[in-house]
Design a protein around this ligand. Structure first.
Ligand SMILES: [Zn+2]
Length: 269
């Protein structure tokens, strides 16, 4: 779950940094980021637009059915985020969802779908590619998949509000450690935004609370699996950091909880 362009940059840096650099878990303040990152109007928009999401029933275990399921989740994500983006003063457009069934499938403008990822957001075409592997088709309603889709949608919200563009500048121009830090702040923000959505519609999903607690516990494995090629925690943050931002977003049901660019360093390691 990542932005391919950033991931590629991070991948290029990983050879240098991955071997020996440990994060100092300091409580020192965030670097002074541009207002579009640290004071984005997105952080003052209040709770998300909808409280209800209807999940289509899944019966047959076909690719088509799984695709319909994720499209329904996408529609709900758009309903939830469109008023928020507009309130923040930006223009809203819904991202496109493309399902693929094979790793390595070409993603227009964004290379090939990477091994180990579940989904990818391509900022240039504003589209989410989602991998429908056999196990996903078998169990599309796993909360982890909904949250994963909501994470990529979080990147779309970052794209619409200028956050990706500003992070890209840091990735290209700043030092390696600052580039990684900005990338982690961006990934953890997408986590927080995903949880704001899940938290907002939670009651309507009628899922057991254990679904959420299992997701919080299991997250580490997923990050490790997804980030394997690009340095995992280096790019997506530690398990405690992921948990912190997921819980924050879930509770607040709002992007106001997701200003990772103003958080002290020890929250984004
Ligand atoms: Zn991501």
């Amino acid at each position: 779950m990542r932005i391919p362009r950033l991931a590629l940059l991070a991948g290029a840096l990983a050879g240098v940094l991955f071997a020996g650099t440990a994060h100092a878990a300091t409580t020192s303040a965030a670097p002074s980021y541009k207002p579009v990152l640290a004071k984005n109007p997105l952080y003052k928009t209040g709770k998300l637009g909808v409280t209800e999401c209807e999940e289509p029933e899944v019966r047959n275990g076909t690719v088509e059915e799984a695709e319909q399921y994720f499209q329904a989740v996408m529609d709900c994500l758009s309903k939830a985020w469109s008023p928020v983006v507009k309130k923040a003063g930006y223009r809203f457009s819904a991202p496109k969802l493309t399902v693929i069934t094979k790793v390595g499938t070409k993603i227009p403008s964004c290379g090939r779908f990477p091994d180990g990822a579940q989904a990818v957001y391509c900022p240039t075409t504003r589209s989410i590619s989602f991998l429908l592997s056999a196990d996903v088709v078998e169990e599309p309603t796993d909360l982890l998949l909904m949250q994963g889709l909501a994470h990529e949608y979080g990147h779309h919200v970052q794209q619409l509000t200028g956050i990706i563009k500003a992070t890209d500048v840091i990735m290209l121009k700043d030092t390696e450690s600052r580039a990684y830090e900005a990338l982690r702040r961006s990934e953890l923000q997408a986590q927080c935004l995903s949880a704001a959505f899940v938290g907002r519609v939670w009651d309507s999903l009628r899922r057991p609370d254990t679904d959420w607690s299992i997701l919080l516990k299991g997250h580490h494995n997923m990050v490790a699996a997804l980030g394997a090629r690009s340095g995992s925690e280096e790019t997506h943050g530690s398990h405690p950091s992921n948990r912190y931002w997921l819980e924050r977003g879930f509770k607040a049901q709002s992007a106001s909880a997701c200003n990772t660019f103003a958080a002290p360093k020890n929250r984004v390691h």
